[in-house]
Design a protein around this ligand. Structure first.
Ligand code: SF4
Length: 387
């Protein structure tokens, strides 16, 4: 299986396209709605400039994946995508056939544009389907309906070798039976990968205010945990087991780019609000870009980049992040890498307590994973291990 053959953490390039046609009421991503057409040529030039600045910082590297996320990257013109992908290839080595993903919304899918992305080098699409139920799509503030979602899925499967789509569950009033039927229908359309997220209420979003005013209720923790367990059962039974808390794939179809995050690899983040983490002068640095798109572009014009925040991580911060990311994965963590980051092994006393509670489990002598029960309380497990 591909995952086991290639466990290298990797070096990914993330590009953030920050614009959406409308803002979804649950969304806390860095996404902005503009009522005038976006000057895509200007943003393409700014991406080229910031990529070159990042190349100066990372030195020559071999890229293992590229991800165009957002926002809604399917609002980019194919030419904008081509310019950005060409700029990545000008700055680093990009082997033929590496995973190049673009996030798309069913409401902004057009066959011609999809073919243009494919010609530009995109070989995987991640579609924001979110629900196969029109009432819930309206509740989620989405601009598409189920028919449009299914049309987008069909088109993506025709044009791209790889397809993933997202669904949001644990929605208000969602019963296990309704979720099971919807998930099984989704699996019938899924190619090789599904991202299944629980609806969460994020501060600062319209849903936060509505939820606080009791305009709607989401499932309580027990009900949500039941829906999570059901999700694991159904996806595993259909050959799409979870390889990460919320991500499911057929063997070998895991997202290389996301594995880079969870395996604590390196990635460059380019564009408004993008984060990066890579090794510079022997230490892992974090970069955080200005969020407001036009301000970011002005900064890039003035300084060659829009980075306004970040830090150099200490060894112990690296070790904590490594644990937090790696224990999300079914493959768990390599204990010797933890030792290399932290300078010490995990406490055997704490490990045996957590093992006794059924929250973590060894994989042979060299790896440790969180159990399904441990995944649900992962932050607490990691806090305990990292003490
Ligand atoms: S389409 Fe995605 S990024 Fe844009 S507002 Fe909706 S959830 Fe946020």
């Amino acid at each position: 299986m591909t995952m086991l053959l290639d466990r290298s953490p990797g070096f990914g390039v993330y590009i953030h396209w920050p614009f959406c046609a409308a803002k979804c009421p649950y969304c806390d991503f860095n996404s902005h709605v503009r009522h005038q057409p976006v000057d895509q040529e200007r943003f393409a030039r700014a991406f080229e400039t910031e990529l070159a600045t990042m190349r100066d910082r990372t030195g020559p590297r071999e890229v293992t994946s590229i991800f165009l996320g957002g926002g809604t990257p399917s609002l980019m013109k194919p030419q904008t995508v081509a310019t950005v992908l060409d700029a990545v290839a000008k700055n680093w080595t990009v082997p033929a056939g590496i995973e190049v993903t673009l996030e798309a919304n069913p409401s902004s899918v057009e066959a011609e544009r999809f073919r243009g992305y494919r010609a530009a080098g995109v070989n995987r699409v991640s579609l924001g389907v979110q629900a196969l139920n029109d009432k819930d799509l309206r509740f989620l503030g989405r601009l598409h309906n189920v028919d449009e979602a299914l049309h987008a899925i069909g088109l993506a499967r025709e044009i791209f070798p790889r397809l993933s789509f997202d669904l949001i569950y644990a929605r208000p009033g969602q019963t296990p039976e309704a979720w099971q039927a919807e998930l099984e229908r989704a699996i019938g359309h899924a190619a090789d990968h599904l991202s299944l997220y629980q609806l969460t209420i994020e501060e600062g979003t319209p849903f936060h205010a509505l939820h606080a005013a009791r305009k709607f209720a989401i499932p309580d923790n027990d009900h949500a945990a039941d829906l999570y367990a059901l999700t694991q059962e159904i996806t595993a039974a259909h050959g799409l087991p979870a390889y990460e808390i919320s991500n499911h794939a057929r063997s070998g179809a895991e997202s290389r780019h996301n594995l880079t995050y969870w395996r604590y690899g390196e990635y460059v983040g380019v564009g408004p609000g993008a984060h990066g983490r890579f090794v510079e002068n022997g230490r892992r640095v974090v970069t955080i870009a200005e969020k407001m798109p036009e301000t970011w572009a002005n900064l890039v014009d003035a300084k060659g980049h829009g980075i306004t925040g970040g830090e150099t991580l200490t060894r112990s911060e690296e070790a904590d992040e490594f644990l937090l990311m790696g224990l999300r994965l079914a493959e768990g963590i390599d204990l010797s890498r933890y030792e290399a980051f932290s300078g010490r092994g995990l406490s055997t006393a704490r490990l045996s307590v957590l093992q006794g509670e059924g929250l973590v489990a060894p994989i042979g002598n060299a790896r440790l994973r969180a159990t399904p029960a441990g995944m649900i309380v992962l932050d607490a497990v990691v806090a305990d291990l990292a003490r």
